[in-house]
Design a protein around this ligand. Structure first.
Ligand SMILES: [Zn+2]
Ligand SMILES: [Zn+2]
Length: 155
C-alpha cells in the first residue's frame, strides 16, 4: 500500500517537526512506535507493538516500548483507548482538539468525531450532574461497518 506508506512518512515528518518545536526529540524508537501505529491504522495493544518491535529490533525490551508510548501520549500524538486497553494515533496528530472517539470493540478501528459543540454540550451536562471527567478522552464503544458486515455474513 503505497498511499499508506506515503501518508505515514508525511505524518512522521510532521510529528518530528512538532516535537522539535516543543524542544523534544522524536528518537528512533519513539518514531518507530509511532510508525507502527500509523501503518496499523487502528488501535493496537502494547504487547502487539512490542512483538512488532522485536521483529525489527530483536532484543527490544518492554520498558522501551512503554516509555516510547508514554512519550507519544504526553506529546498528544497518540490516544490511549481505555475500553480496549490499546493505543491509536491521533487523527489530527499535532492539533488534536480532543474529539469524541468511537472505538470498534471488535477490531480496534477508531474514528474521531470533531464536533466541538457536541463535546462542549456533553461536558456541560456532565458537570451539571456534578461530575468531572477523569481524562480528556471521551470514548464511545461501537462496532464498525466492516465488523457489522462480517457479523451479518457469519450469522
Ligand atoms: Zn485526537
Ligand atoms: Zn471493527
Amino acid at each position: 500500500m503505497q498511499g499508506t506508506q506515503a501518508s505515514a512518512e508525511a505524518a512522521l515528518a510532521l510529528a518530528e517537526e512538532y516535537c522539535r518545536e516543543r524542544g523534544e526529540k522524536l528518537t528512533p524508537i519513539r518514531r518507530k512506535v509511532l510508525e507502527l501505529l500509523l501503518t496499523s491504522g487502528r488501535a493496537t495493544k502494547a504487547y502487539s507493538l512490542l512483538d512488532d518491535m522485536r521483529h525489527i529490533h530483536p532484543g527490544s525490551a518492554p520498558p522501551t516500548v512503554y516509555r516510547a508510548l508514554d512519550f507519544l501520549l504526553s506529546a498528544g500524538l497518540v490516544h490511549k483507548i481505555e475500553s480496549i486497553n490499546a493505543f491509536a494515533v491521533c487523527h489530527d496528530l499535532t492539533q488534536c482538539q480532543h474529539g469524541i472517539l468511537v472505538v470498534c470493540q471488535q477490531c480496534g478501528n477508531v474514528t474521531e468525531l470533531h464536533q466541538p459543540a457536541l463535546r462542549e454540550a456533553l461536558v456541560a451536562q456532565i458537570e451539571n450532574a456534578g461530575y468531572r471527567l477523569a481524562g480528556d478522552g471521551i470514548e464511545l464503544k461501537g462496532l464498525c461497518s466492516a465488523c457489522q458486515a462480517a457479523q451479518a455474513a457469519g450469522s
